[in-house]
Write a protein that binds this ligand. Structure first.
Ligand code: PLP
Length: 390
């Protein structure tokens, strides 16, 4: 069964009886493989494996696509979170506010920078940072007087941008910086603006299964300030100045390989069509499931990039088993809130972030990639709905 969306017709649609996968990198690879092989040959020939022309080209292309003022390609999404914190001079005693339901990298990045992650509860409908709890947490930190509030690091979970209108207003009122963790959200939009051009600074990841992935590790910092981007370029090369020898500040090896930038460049040629197909797939899920299952809710003017399609099901183990019996994979992102992990347990009391803990019990990610057929999505929905009612 074919999608009616005309934008989606230039991409392959898998046969309805093909195995259903959570992600599908193979079908995509077939589309870019000849161009990618040529790019790899070019890199083997020019030999600039680090800092080759692909890096500058990839940064320029990402800026063009998203509308960001400047883009710095780095070695991973985690580096893209740590480096802006270093550049801002985050240090011991500084509070950085993060949501408690996210990938562990968000918390790790703050701790690695020397800052203290203050965990904020989420809005159960969006899975993203709850601006009302953010205000409470900032006021508590200020009243206690032990930490200095410095920055907010919202996460665009599953591809849905956080509530940046509300969060930016809070940041302005308290003079805080905003660093968006958009690792899952390349292709998401808010009021027509791409992730990467919503917050002043956005980190994204090119981990292979993200909506824009490489064939290895990589990431990027997208920002609205050229001077800040130049500081990132220095930090990326051990904090050196123009001669790349003398460190003028503390930095790290934060570089993205030429090869990964080449992969991202080729994947960008498909990205608009892939994004349209993710949205078309989500529309089928939405139509079949809304009113029957709790779905992730976008706020007015927001577009989910659908890195993942995630629902809430109370009897999750049972539902997963039924899906699995029917040959349908599913994923859990995440079955623990941040403060439920041993490394971060000191950051918040059990029970103190009820919406994060509840989300960890019920979130279930369904197959989502641009090559799913409409028939495959109906099969997922038929099986899921039968499992819920059972
Ligand atoms: C994947 C991810 C990261 C880390 O990205 P890496 O490239 O794996 O370092 C950070 N935050 C979130 C929310 C992620 O999903």
């Amino acid at each position: 069964m074919a999608f009616s969306d005309p934008q989606s017709t230039d991409l392959i649609e898998l046969p309805d009886d093909a195995p259903i996968q959570l992600f599908d990198l193979k079908t995509q690879q077939a589309l870019i493989r000849p161009a990618l092989e040529q790019r790899w040959i070019d890199i083997l020939d020019h030999g600039r494996f680090i800092g080759g022309p692909e890096v500058t080209e990839c940064e320029a292309k990402l800026a063009e696509v998203t509308g960001a003022t400047d883009v710095v390609a780095v070695g991973s999404g985690t580096q893209a979170l740590v480096m802006p914190l270093l550049a801002m001079g985050i240090a011991e005693g500084d509070a950085v506010f993060i949501p408690g339901f996210t990938y562990n990298a968000t918390a790790n990045a703050v701790l690695l920078s020397g800052g203290y992650p203050v965990i904020v509860d989420i809005d159960p409908a969006t899975f993203n940072m709850d601006p009302a709890d953010l205000v409470r947490k900032i006021e508590t930190v200020k009243a206690e007087g032990k930490l200095t509030p410095r920055a907010i690091m919202p996460v665009d979970l599953y591809g849905l941008p956080a509530d940046y209108s509300a969060i930016q207003a809070v940041a302005d009122a308290h003079d805080l910086r905003v660093i968006a963790d958009g690792a899952q959200a390349f292709g998401g939009k808010d009021q027509g603006r791409w992730v990467g051009n919503i917050a002043e600074i956005t980190a994204t990841s090119f981990y292979p299964t993200k909506s824009l992935g490489g064939y290895g590790d990589g990431g990027a910092i997208l920002c609205q300030d050229k001077d800040f981007a130049e500081r990132m370029r220095s930090i990326r090369w051990h904090g050196t100045g123009d001669n790349r020898k003398e460190s003028v500040r503390v930095g790290i090896n934060g570089r993205c390989d030429s090869i990964q930038c080449a992969v991202v460049l080729e994947k960008l040629t498909l990205f608009d069509a892939e994004r349209a197909r993710r949205i078309a797939a989500a529309a089928v899920y939405h139509e079949r499931l809304s009113g029957k299952i709790d779905l992730q809710v976008a706020l007015d003017g927001q577009e989910n990039g659908y890195g993942l399609y995630t629902v809430r099901v109370p009897n999750r183990d049972n539902v997963r088993a039924k899906l699995s019996e029917a040959g349908i994979p599913s994923g859990i992102y995440y079955d623990m809130a941040i403060h439920q992990m041993p490394a971060f347990a000191h950051l918040a009391e059990p029970g103190s972030l009820p919406n994060c803990e509840a989300a960890a019990d019920v979130s279930l990610s369904l197959p989502m990639h641009p090559y799913l057929s409409e028939g495959q999505i109906h099969k997922v929905c038929d099986t899921l709905l039968a499992a819920i009612e059972a």
